[in-house]
Ligand binder design. Structure first.
Ligand SMILES: NC(=O)c1ccc[n+]([C@@H]2O[C@H](COP(=O)([O-])OP(=O)(O)OC[C@H]3O[C@@H](n4cnc5c(N)ncnc54)[C@H](O)[C@@H]3O)[C@@H](O)[C@H]2O)c1
Length: 264
């Protein structure tokens, strides 16, 4: 494994499992000193202890400024600097618009939007020029789905936040970009992937023919945090196996969503 991020200080929110865990492992494997930050303190302890002494755990809520600041301070202590902030933690709330309560709406925005704002601001305030922020958006920012209105709106806000923040942070030498995953095999997406009807139906809409894995996303986060993307800021990379490109044809030349296709 390369030492591309040797000695660099990295905070990853939502690191106790899934994509965030894969991102934390990606940086540890490449020499970084990582603060793994998550609301689920018990799981976080277990996950982080299996990463070795280059990773430390800080439990807290990305929607609470004092918790985010504790994670950033822990990184300054652990690594001497914060070079990379990965604002990844997020939640989904699956229900029809007419049933969404004020509390559910506000919690999705508190975690997905306030969390990204707080992580970005607290990190950028103490980053040296050359610092990088990578945010997790979602394909739901551009291709919406029924029963995901709060989640989709929050991810749309995240994509625009990244564009606007990139303008403000450029003068400080800090870059900010986002990844927008499609359906990735983690807890948050199991209700789709493991559903015996929905899962196979959904798969038909993914030209590459499989759901994403956490490491598929971690590699792109590494690119956005590394020197190969040094001329890039304010952008969102879509990683969805081609899902948002359109509807692929099935083996018989028909549209895989069962609408008439052109097989000529
Ligand atoms: N898995 C997918 O299909 C998919 C697709 C697109 C985007 N995403 C995004 O990825 C992120 C979720 O990652 P995942 O797929 O690994 O899901 P996950 O549910 O496996 O992990 C999310 C982690 O975030 C933590 N978390 C939740 N709320 C938090 C808070 N307020 N403060 C700190 N930590 C908190 C959870 O405890 C959990 O460990 C979200 O931003 C989500 O929108 C996921």
């Amino acid at each position: 494994m390369s030492n591309e991020f040797e000695g660099q200080g990295v905070v990853v929110s939502g690191a106790a499992q899934g994509i965030g865990e894969a991102v934390a492992r990606y940086f540890v494997a490449r020499g970084a000193l990582v603060v793994a930050f998550d609301l689920d303190g018990d799981l976080l302890e277990r996950t982080t202890s299996s990463m070795g002494s280059d990773a430390v755990a800080v439990s807290g809520d990305v929607a609470v400024r004092a918790d985010v600041k504790r994670a950033v301070d822990a990184c300054l202590e652990h690594a001497g600097s914060i070079d990379i902030m990965v604002a990844h933690a997020g939640i989904a709330d699956v229900r029809p618009l007419l049933e969404v309560t004020d509390e559910q709406w506000r919690r999705v925005f508190a975690v997905n939007v306030d969390g990204v704002f707080l992580c970005t601001q607290e990190a950028a305030r103490v980053m040296r020029p050359g610092g990088r922020v990578v945010v997790t958006a979602s394909t739901n920012a551009i291709q919406v789905e029924e029963n995901l209105v709060a989640y989709s709106a929050s991810k749309g806000a995240v994509v625009t936040f990244v564009r606007a923040a990139a303008l403000d942070l450029a003068r400080h030498g800090v870059r900010i970009n986002a990844v927008a995953p499609g359906v990735v095999n983690t807890r948050i997406a199991r209700w789709v992937i493991e559903d015996p009807v929905l899962g196979p139906e959904y798969l038909k809409k993914i030209p590459i023919g499989r759901f994403g894995e956490p490491d598929d996303i971690a590699g792109a986060v590494g690119f956005l945090a590394g020197p190969a993307s040094s001329y890039m800021t304010g952008q969102t990379i879509i990683l969805d196996g081609g899902q948002t490109l359109g509807i692929p044809l099935d083996d018989d030349g028909n549209r895989s969503d069962n609408l008439p296709g052109d097989s000529s």
